[in-house]
Design a protein around this ligand. Structure first.
Ligand code: TTP
Ligand code: MG
Ligand code: MG
Length: 437
């Protein structure tokens, strides 16, 4: 691969043949899809996003639709989920009301979304990504970040070529197309993947980040939606270049933590790492009620049994959590999340329950709840969990008792052992399968 490292050598995205600088078409296959970039062989952070995902899957499964404008949508809310690129030429966009879309493109074929199918295809694509690296962070059904740093030896090829080959593989094996953004950070990898859709492969290197961003709209920045963009515009800021001229302190004074993000991202500074999915962040269990509940009498026993479920899962996994998280959803679907740190990580139902109870008591203000959940986050190895507590002798006893209860449960099943909190509350009459996770 020696010649690949020549600073001017690019390659053809279709046949992967090496190319030297000035050429416009591949000397081997004639394709115009050539990649050249100063940092082509040093960048390794990629964002991959499928093109017109739902529509692409439907076109794959029905070739008659291939050259027709296709809209996926019109489910419950009567809006466009996505439109193929032919329909987009006519102005059809995601989230557009269906009647408007059909005004813009009356000849379009409309198909209702088949979520199960898209989820399945999304998973297949993810599996193929995981063949490239375990460092895959899914962002949505059709996109993910991949960090290919350190995979060059495994693949005997630098990330850029691995990615180009991957795009070909998705077309061959899955039957849809993807767009790739390659950069040194998440922010610009994501921006790049959107830059040349469909079938795109864009590269934004470290050296060009500032100049690339200068004339772009502030809306390109993560977290700058319509409302915030309007605020910025009212303050006279429209382009990222304007942010590049401003001091961090000044931005933070006016926009708080968002100001810090504006400062950093406008300069292409983004240290967020790719976090693979497998890294469990919390263990929790929750249940939705048949009728909304508001009293301690109703909620506490449920909290107890959910805590036990969480604890069993922690023990089975040999892990423990340092923060207890209580989740409630009220009748009007508003969520409340409350958490409390423990002195040391725990996997004991009793500690999780007692901490959750303290959090719950503060929320019992007559509000009717439709859901309760309890869990732990800040997970650690169990070896430092629940040290014998010299101050709270009761806690130690409870820990010992829990060990015994767990052993009985393993032997005789769940119903054999009921603690005071779950006994006789009629929980067993609830329809099964309500608990999640
Ligand atoms: P996107 O990746 O945002 O869009 P896309 O894949 O359809 O098109 P693009 O080539 O621009 O990436 O979303 C992925 C899927 O998510 C999309 O196919 C349908 C669904 N979706 C909605 O249901 N509603 C929406 O408003 C958006 C944006 C997407
Ligand atoms: Mg997409
Ligand atoms: Mg997407």
């Amino acid at each position: 691969m020696g010649s690949v490292n020549h600073p001017l050598a690019g390659f053809c995205r279709d046949c992967l043949t090496l190319q030297h600088s000035a050429v416009r078409r591949c000397h081997a296959c004639g394709s115009p899809r050539l990649l050249h970039h100063d940092e082509l062989y040093s960048l390794s952070l990629a964002h991959i996003d499928c093109d017109a995902f739902y529509a692409a899957v439907e076109k794959r499964d029905n070739p008659d639709l291939r050259d027709k404008p296709l809209i996926i949508g019109g489910g419950k809310r009567g809006v466009v989920s996505t439109a193929c690129y032919i329909a987009r030429i006519h102005g059809v966009r995601s989230a557009m009301p269906m009647f408007k879309a059909l005004e813009a493109c009356p000849q379009a074929v409309v198909i209702k979304p088949d979520m199960e199918k898209y989820v399945r295809v999304g998973r297949e694509i993810r599996q193929l990504m995981l063949e490239l690296t375990p460092m895959v962070e899914p962002i949505s059904i059709d996109e993910a970040f991949l960090d290919l740093k350190g995979t060059e030896r495994l693949h005997r090829d630098p990330p850029a070529r691995v990615l180009a080959r991957f795009a070909r593989r998705i077309e061959d094996e899955i039957g849809i197309t993807i767009s790739i953004g390659l950069s040194y950070c998440k922010f610009l990898a994501k921006v790049a993947s959107d830059f040349e859709k469909p079938r795109g492969f864009s590269i934004i290197g470290e050296k060009e980040a500032l100049s690339f961003l200068r004339d772009k709209s502030v809306t390109l920045i993560w977290g700058v939606g319509k409302a915030f963009a309007a605020t910025l515009q009212a303050d006279g800021i429209r382009t990222i270049g304007q942010l590049q001229e401003m001091e961090e302190a000044a931005l933070m004074r006016v926009y708080g933590t968002m100001g810090q993000r504006l400062y950093r991202l406008s300069r292409g500074m983004d240290v967020r790492r790719v976090e693979p999915e497998g890294e469990m962040k919390s263990v929790s269990s929750e249940t939705t009620f048949n009728t909304d509940l508001s009293s301690a009498n109703d909620l506490v026993p449920i909290l107890r049994s959910l805590s036990e479920k969480v604890s069993r899962r922690l023990k089975a996994g040999g892990i423990a959590g340092r923060t207890v998280v209580l989740k409630l959803k009220s009748q009007d679907f508003k969520s409340r999340t409350r958490n409390r740190q423990l002195s040391d990580p725990s996997q004991l139902a009793d500690r999780i329950f007692r901490t959750g109870l303290q959090l719950l008591e503060k929320e019992l203000d007559g509000t009717k709840f439709r859901l309760i959940g309890i869990g732990v986050s800040d997970l650690e190895d169990a070896d430092k969990a629940d040290p014998p507590d010299l101050v709270d002798n009761q806690a130690t006893k409870r820990a010992v008792a829990e060990g015994a209860i767990d052993r009985l449960r393993t032997k005789y099943g769940n119903k054999a052992v009921e603690t005071g909190y779950t006994f006789g509350t009629g929980r067993t009459e609830r329809p099964p399968g309500n608990g999640k996770g």
